[in-house]
Unconditional design. Sequence first.
Length: 316
Amino acid sequence: MSDQTTARIHPASFGLEAQQAELADRMMRRTPLEGANDPGIPGFSMMRISEPSRPLSTVYEPSICVVVQGSKQAMLGSERYVYDPLNYLVVSMSLPVVGNVIEATVAKPYLCLRIDIDANQVNELLRQTPVPAATAAPRNGGRALFLASTSAQFLDAVLRLVRLLDTPEEAAVLAPLALREIHYRVLTGELGQQLCELCAADGQAQRIASTIALLKSRYAEPLRIEELADAAHLSVSALHHRFKAVTAMSPLQYQKQLRLQEARRLMLSDGCEAAVAAHRVGYESPSQFSREYRRLFGAPPRAETQAQPIFRQAGS
């Protein structure tokens, strides 16, 4: 028997395959709608998509995304992250990315669970359980988006959460326990240190998170890098270096993406004209808005408003 064949029938593989098969079966029954489905548990959503999707610029919020079937890619700058049943995705800060489903069919749709990261939960767990030394050295340059290998212990907690959908009366009591364990498994996983850093008081990651919060709240205003640096209590060069290390873009590039994302939402969801949307998000020049919009989304604003509706990605 070849080594390759032996690897395929390793007992651990059987455990993961059985868990994923049960998850897929339960999710197929619990996701009647294309796109995002709300299972009724706070901080938890499920996604079902039946065909590959075109790349879509969106903002991923802090979350844990677990693919049960199919696969998806997320582009952060020039970096490509593919998450599938072997690798779950963790987003520790709000990030503008380009994402699209790359493997899905009607018979075997893309199925994904999204769990909001609860910073209070993370802090409470850190007070009780030190992160193992093995996770202490981030291996992906400190990005706020990273992939970690799926384990049987991690999937077991996810599976127990999904099983609770069959017993709503128990879910109110037991779902928070399952969500807590899922946070614990991420924290003690191979890249859990990056999630820990987000919650470190006055740490550099926390300062970048504060800068992101400021950019999100004032995205339509003209902001100078010096103002952002002062708010983060960092030098301009330190803020620029650390912000780019975490998000793969500069603070002002980040703000530009937030503006364009919101303009797109205003046009597609609220029916705003392009010029009105551009003004609302802080653009004074319609031609500049059109150029930057086309550069990010691949089509001019007018063409986007005439396109067919798209599914809300919900960061998963």
